[in-house]
Design a protein around this ligand. Structure first.
Ligand code: ADP
Ligand code: MG
Length: 329
């Protein structure tokens, strides 16, 4: 059986059958009508975000397996919901598929997609399917919800707030660097690149306690995403580079090549949460459970100070918030 024999509607039916709907999910109708018909818990706001994944731009089939790609396409979207303090609920999957694509690859992709959706408690409720004369394109939309008074925006950072990041930074960018150089990345790094995790539980825990004054997820790189948060908050920051959390594999590579620090600062696709916390709320951070470590990496300052980096020798210098820019050189 291939895609041409199955046809668009056969393919959609295959997806519909693979989705397991649960009674308590608030889905009146998922896949199968003109629209999904959905309920939100009373008093909650709808959070919506969408991301495109294009072959040769965001992924290469020779570097990734299809199941991981399915998981990743969910995680990178869900990460935006986590960054607002929300819980993901619904997913939409747009696929533009070259007609020669083996059905087995698409099945693996779907398997990964649905497994990740399950893991985050979200349901696939719709999408669109068509042929592509060019690359494979994956468009994922996620909807989440959160109590109206618990949304965390990028714009609330104030001078004196501590700057925190979850997990470790740079692993994904280092894995990509290895792949581009034709070297196999260490398994720990490859895992972080191909199968990133969205920090939903941490984002919810932070939002429930109303701890962050501002929050964003690190998708374009630490400096770029901190730059977005600071611009939205009309603030500056002092980042302390020795405090940036790094994995064992990253540290090992860094020891051999100190220039790799650049990847921890400006590489992308970490999908960690970057957030600011006021002085009086900082003691409450330690009470957070969930197993994801959180590290203080700097302090919010006034906008006129810009973004400054304090190095290991105690020297401070201004930095520009570079990160991945699709239209950059
Ligand atoms: P319409 O022509 O009215 O847009 P479609 O034939 O495109 O309807 O889709 C039929 C149903 O299948 C809709 O509920 C749509 O959301 C769903 N659907 C289509 N493609 C996908 C997909 N790739 N993933 C999930 N649901 C899909
Ligand atoms: Mg349609």
């Amino acid at each position: 059986m291939n895609l041409a024999q199955l046809g668009e509607f056969g393919f959609i039916e295959r997806i519909r059958q693979a989705v397991r709907e649960t009674a308590e999910s608030g889905v009146r109708i998922g896949i199968g009508d003109d629209c999904a018909v959905l309920e939100l818990p009373p008093g909650e706001l709808l959070l919506t975000s969408t991301d495109l994944l294009i072959e040769e731009v965001h992924f290469r089939s020779e570097w990734s397996d299809w199941r991981s790609l399915g998981e990743k396409s969910v995680a990178v979207n869900v990460s935006d919901i986590a960054a607002m303090g929300g819980r993901p609920r619904h997913l939409y999957l747009g696929l533009a598929i070259p007609s020669d694509r083996p059905l087995a690859d698409l099945d693996r992709f779907l398997e990964g997609f649905l497994a990740a959706a399950d893991e985050y408690g979200a349901l696939l409720v719709g999408g669109d399917t068509c042929g592509s004369p060019g690359p494979l394109m994956i468009a994922v939309t996620v909807e989440g919800a959160t109590p109206a008074d618990q949304v965390i925006y990028r714009s609330g950072a104030r001078p004196g707030d501590g700057i925190y990041v979850s997990g470790v930074l740079g692993d994904s960018a280092l894995a990509l660097r290895c792949l581009r150089d034709g070297l196999p990345p260490e398994p720990e790094l490859a895992e972080r690149h191909h199968r990133p995790r969205a920090r939903v539980a941490l984002g919810r825990a932070l939002a429930e306690l109303a701890l962050p004054s501002a929050m964003i997820d690190v998708s374009d790189g630490l400096l770029a995403d901190l730059g977005h948060l600071l611009r939205a908050s009309a603030a500056g920051a002092q980042l302390e580079s020795p405090r940036i959390p790094l994995s064992k594999s990253f540290r090992k590579a860094l020891a051999a090549d100190p220039a790799l620090m650049e990847l921890a600062m400006s590489g992308g696709e970490d999908y960690e949460l970057l957030f600011t916390v006021s002085e009086e709320n900082q003691s409450r951070l330690t009470a957070l459970s969930g197993g994801v470590p959180v590290t203080r990496i700097g302090t919010v300052t006034t906008a006129d100070r810009g973004l400054r980096l304090l190095g290991p020798t105690g020297r401070e210098r201004p930095v520009d918030a570079r990160g991945f820019n699709h239209f950059g050189s």
